[in-house]
Design a binder for this molecule. Structure first.
Ligand SMILES: Nc1ncnc2c1ncn2[C@@H]1O[C@H](COP(=O)(O)OP(=O)(O)OP(=O)(O)O)[C@@H](O)[C@H]1O
Ligand SMILES: [Mg+2]
Length: 507
């Protein structure tokens, strides 16, 4: 039998309250991409953190070409040639793209001076290879999520690496960026590199990988070549049966019951003269490419970013009335795209993170004390409804798996039950069954009267959930289309049709 290039042998890792990995053996060969799959919390990132020297295992060894090696720190891993693109981005916002790319390994000339010319050149080459249009001199803080993810990927491509770990690399990438990444991975394989690829998008597995390995609750439950493992099998291995929500053609078309009216919303240089109305119980999709303005407009509406002008009305007792910042705060919830930056309080407990938006309701009457039993009860309810995997409510959010962190943010806003809920990529990083569960919840709360603005890069998700679509392009709304519009049309418009289309002439 072929000796695998990399073998992680009988790895075990326990955290307080959970056996994250148990007796996991994972092999990877040169010139192949292997998918590491599993539901949220299955142990994928933990296994790769062991390989990357970020955590040390309780049991097991790592071998390269049959020889046991010692990986105790990230530096050990990088010296062996292991490059790690993390699930959660770890870039320094106030530094440039090239500084971030070289931060752990600045090229020096004559042993003392950082050679910025070399940095700039190598950085440009990598950005070109990735088909990325940003400059090495751009500051990270000025980049959108997709570009930031490309910088992370770029960083891994620098240097002499042999094993590339991609932990959900495409969750914030546009279609074009994804294609570029697929091309780059193919190139790495052709050059004999080993690629380990973690994703919740199964179609990517079939596109990119030769083999798969599936984890469930910290144990290997199956795997093989992609020919051997059919997609349906993979889903079953990972999560058991999944019931997908099908809304059918049932949609809200009523324009009778406006709940919010936004007009003349402008932020210079970002978006201009945005006007739209949201109706009661409606699921309104903001559709467009990354950088088209869909997220920025949502952030402007809730006051997360400053705006240059806006007129907003929100319904009170059935009538639209000018909104004050206080009404906006009370009535609109927002699940943000970047959970680690503006969503979660990482060093705090699951329970407190969940209560954070709901403190007004949790404080006992005539006092300033939180009603602990009410807080516990609500937290339990949403942990249960969203099937969030925690060891207990006091667990620090930072130690949850990526997907479970996302569910905590969702739980926070569902607990408040605001009349308007803006959800920006609510299912990013969630496994197939969690995605289906979130879709069910979205449909249900809309039925109960919550108005939802949904932003998602997944066209399938948008098509199956939205009543209406606003198409964004270059900071403007270029179309307002009712359910029934074709997928092709939406995709085409987002990609660059310039004409303004009104509802009704969507043929
Ligand atoms: N530092 C830590 N302290 C305590 N528990 C941890 C820590 N890191 C991970 N865990 C737990 O280990 C389990 C596996 O987590 P891991 O992040 O590996 O999951 P994952 O498969 O990457 O999931 P996802 O798809 O959601 O990213 C989870 O139950 C998680 O809460
Ligand atoms: Mg993970």
């Amino acid at each position: 039998m072929r000796v695998p290039f990399l073998r992680m042998k009988e790895i075990g890792k326990r955290f307080p309250g959970v056996q994250a990995l148990q007796d996991v053996t994972f092999d990877a060969f040169q010139g192949e991409a292997i998918a590491l799959l599993g539901a949220n919390g299955a142990g994928k990132s933990t296994l790769m953190n062991v390989l990357g020297g970020i955590i040390s295992p309780d049991e097991g060894v790592i071998q390269i070409n049959g020889k046991t090696i010692n990986i105790k720190t990230p530096k050990d891993a990088s010296e062996i040639g292991i490059a790690f693109v993390h699930q959660e981005m770890a870039l320094l916002p106030t530094m440039t793209v090239m500084d971030n790319m070289f931060i752990s390994d600045y090229p020096v000339s004559m042993k003392i001076k950082i050679n910025r010319a070399i940095m700039r050149k190598q950085c440009s080459e990598v950005l070109d290879l990735l088909g990325c249009r940003i400059s090495p001199e751009n500051y990270i803080r000025d980049l959108g999520t997709g570009d930031r993810q490309m910088v992370e990927i770029g960083r891994a491509l620098l240097g002499q690496n042999k094993i590339f770990i991609f932990d959900e690399p495409t969750s914030s990438l546009s279609k074009r960026e994804k294609l570029n990444l697929v091309r780059v991975i193919q190139k790495l394989k052709d050059e004999g590199m080993t690629v380990i690829y973690i994703t919740h998008f199964l179609n990517e597995v079939y596109e990119i990988c030769e083999r798969v390995s599936v984890l469930r609750s910290g144990q290997v439950v199956g795997g093989g070549t992609i020919e051997e493992v059919q997609m349906i099998n993979l889903v079953r291995l990972m999560v058991g049966e999944v019931k997908i929500e099908d809304r059918g053609t049932e949609r809200i078309t009523s324009v009778d019951n406006p709940i919010m009216e936004v007009s003349s919303l402008t932020r210079k240089g970002v978006y201009k003269d945005i006007n739209f109305t949201l109706h009661k119980g409606e699921i309104l999709g903001f559709w467009g490419l990354l950088g088209s303005g869909r997220t920025e407009v949502a952030r402007g509406v809730v006051g997360l970013d400053p705006v240059d002008s806006v007129k907003m009305k929100i319904s009170k007792n059935g009538e639209l009335q000018p909104a004050t910042p206080d009404t906006v705060r009370r009535q609109i919830g927002m699940v943000t795209e970047e959970r680690r930056v503006d969503g979660l309080f990482l060093p705090m407990s699951v329970k407190r993170n969940m209560s954070m938006a709901n403190l007004n309701n949790l404080i006992k009457k005539n006092s300033s004390v939180i009603d602990k039993s009410k807080e516990n009860l609500l937290c339990d309810e949403f942990v249960d409804r969203l099937n969030i995997q925690i060891s207990d409510k006091e667990q620090i959010v930072e130690t949850l798996s990526g997907g479970n962190q996302q569910k905590v943010i969702l739980g926070r806003w569902l607990e408040v039950n605001p009349s308007i809920l803006i959800m920006d990529e609510p299912t990013r990083g969630l496994d197939v069954s969690a995605k289906a569960e979130i879709a069910r919840i979205i449909v249900r709360i809309a039925k109960e009267g919550t108005s939802i603005i949904l932003i998602s890069s997944e066209i399938d998700e948008m098509m199956s959930l939205c009543d209406r679509f606003l198409v964004f392009n270059k900071g403007k709304i270029i179309a307002d289309l009712a359910y029934g519009v074709s997928e092709d049309k939406l995709v085409g418009l987002a990609a660059g049709a310039d004409e303004v289309i009104q509802e009704g002439d969507n043929e």
